[in-house]
Design a binder for this molecule. Sequence first.
Ligand code: ATR
Length: 268
Amino acid sequence: MNKFLVIGNPIAHSKSPIIHQQFAKQLNIKMTYDKCLLESEEFEVEIKKMFADGLSGTNITYPYKERAYNLCDQVSARAELSKAVNTLYMKDGVLCGDNTDGQGLVQDLLFNKLELQNKHILIIGAGGAVRGCIPSLLEVKPAHITIANRTKGKAMQIVTEMGSDSLSAISLMDVRNNYDIVINATSLSIYNEVPEMNPCVFENAIAAYDMVYSQQENAFLKWALANNSGIKVIDGLGMLVEQAAEAFYVWHKVRPNTEKIRDFLVNS
Ligand code: ATR
């Protein structure tokens, strides 16, 4: 039977197994999908060993996406741009990598009926999460994407690498109030903290999005609502489901329906 994993550290909280198992059931595909904790020093060696032992594919999560990219023999165009990989598989003896995070974000924004074309998007953070998403966000032709980061140099580096006129970098301190969609891609919400920036960013925005999903109330989205009661707030649950659906498609070449699992996860 085909065997799949999600690998990270920590990994106990991961909802990927339940999502992929539901997709497999829906499409009548026989496979297993489990969580796997890997310690930092064993990552590369273990991945190679697992594939040599017949692993069909693995999702890679925090903190290994950049290391997974470096391990690949071949990567997709979107993974090359983002320099991070969340989906690994073996093809003709070659270790291949892809990045489905950006597609997951865009699909979820569209699922939430947000118009993206010609809109001004602010994305906060400049880590792997942002790198992974920029190529897919650029594809939907927004008017502009501003990357705001505490360390401006990291945001500037991404802008230089992506080479698009629709992108610019600013310091977190320089955010303004002229964005349509505000996306938090820092990991602060995990710790119930919000970035130190002027909350005027929410004033004229249609939506605030946080890539983090947890059962607790999301501090960033709560803050957005406190500064604009009419703003639409969306957490990272849908992105999680949609990036999984895209990874499932990469592996199995069939696209699962994502609506049922969304309802299931919200109510479980
Ligand atoms: P990931 O791969 O999940 O994106 P990361 O690469 O560690 O994680 O990046 C974390 C992001 O959160 C960075 O943009 C980081 O800002 P810096 O580049 O300045 O470090 C941002 N971040 C983390 N803690 C923060 C804080 N207290 N305030 C503002 N931004 C923060």
